[in-house]
Design a protein around this ligand. Structure first.
Ligand code: SF4
Length: 341
């Protein structure tokens, strides 16, 4: 699919140890926020390039409560009703609810009414207590993360689920993570997909001391396909493991390679330098012996690429065109970053 990760701020009070993206609220030199005009301009770029979805992704800003997300989602939907807002996760809900002094349920109801279509499942990291405390000690517990996702599903807001691999967790903890997701899914049926991805080693407190191998990653895809018998889709993360491993994942149980992300700054900041374009992803899937198709957020096929002669020819559909994280990134010169302090 085609989407943009629109990063609205990197200011964050949560200081996860694997994260290379955030700036502490006091760090005026590193911290930035985008204003609404910039965000709308990025949405316009996404629409112009045929994108169908945005992932609104950012830090836990100490001043951004439910009202901030209501204002932004309603403005985006008013200007671009065709864009699906597939964004955030239980951690952001917990944070915004606390800032606004409301329950998680009220926060979800309000941002859904303002335009949020589904949750991207951000912040799952590792759900079991030991590895979660080791890498994200200020985040809510794994149980709370699932509880908030369960509330969302009950309110009709579906989500994907994710897993961060390679920060020193054991195989038993990996299985515990997917078992916790499977148990929740048995009750709600609201997880559309499971998306494991790998920790990127640069510019963060963990300093790359641990990493998941490609073998471990592919094995997790295969185990997830068998173990998560109640989740329809498994996504291979070519952005973090590379295009070849992403291609292989299609033979280990993945049925989806995510998106050409027109903008991405979060895992790029931590060293994920894999980039691609639409034609390359189509070729990669075809060479794996599969039929490539562009999908919607809800997994319906929008365009099936049966015949190479009819492949789309728009060369502008390239990942990270707006990335500010990669040296030499091609951010549009008018897309300014706004200092927060
Ligand atoms: S992963 Fe998210 S919550 Fe954690 S420090 Fe980074 S931006 Fe903040």
């Amino acid at each position: 699919m085609r989407c943009a990760n629109i990063n609205y701020t990197n200011v964050c009070v949560t200081a996860c140890k694997f994260c290379a993206f955030y700036a502490a609220p006091k760090d005026a030199k590193k911290g930035w926020s985008r204003d609404l005009d910039d965000i709308l301009r990025r949405c316009a770029e996404t629409v112009e390039l045929g994108g169908t979805q945005i992932m609104f992704q950012g830090g836990h800003h100490p001043e951004y409560g439910v009202e901030y997300y209501e204002e932004h989602f309603s403005a985006i939907k008013a200007a671009f009703p065709q864009l699906v807002i597939h964004s955030l996760g239980a951690s952001e809900v917990e944070h915004m609810a606390k800032i606004s002094g409301v329950s998680a349920e009220e926060a979800i109801r309000r941002i859904h009414a303002a335009g949020l279509d589904s949750f991207a499942g951000a912040g799952a990291e590792l759900l079991p207590e030991r590895p979660r405390k080791a890498i994200a000690p200020l985040k809510e517990s794994g149980e709370r993360w699932l509880e908030i996702m369960e509330i969302a599903h009950r309110l009709g807001v579906e989500s994907t689920s994710t897993m961060l691999m390679g920060t020193g967790e054991t195989n038993a903890e990996r299985i515990e993570h997917i078992a916790m997701i499977r148990d929740t899914q048995d009750r709600t049926g609201g997880f559309r997909a499971f998306i494991p991805y790998t920790y990127q080693p640069e510019n963060n407190h963990l300093k790359g001391r641990t990493q998941a191998t490609i073998f471990e990653y592919l094995r997790m895809i295969a185990v997830a396909r068998l173990f998560l018998d109640n989740i329809a889709h498994i996504q291979g993360s070519w952005l973090t493991v590379g295009k070849e491993a992403g291609q292989l994942s299609l033979h280990f149980g993945a049925d989806d390679l995510g998106s050409i992300m027109l903008e991405e700054n979060v895992v790029s900041s931590a060293g994920a330098k894999h980039r691609s374009n639409r034609q390359e992803i189509i070729d990669l899937i075809r060479k794996a012996g599969r039929t490539p198709a562009q999908r919607a957020t809800t997994y319906e096929h929008l365009l099936v690429h049966e015949d190479p002669a009819n492949d789309p020819a728009d060369e502008r559909v390239v990942s990270h065109i707006s990335s500010t994280a990669i040296e030499g990134g091609t951010a549009h010169p008018e897309l300014k970053l706004i200092a927060t302090n």
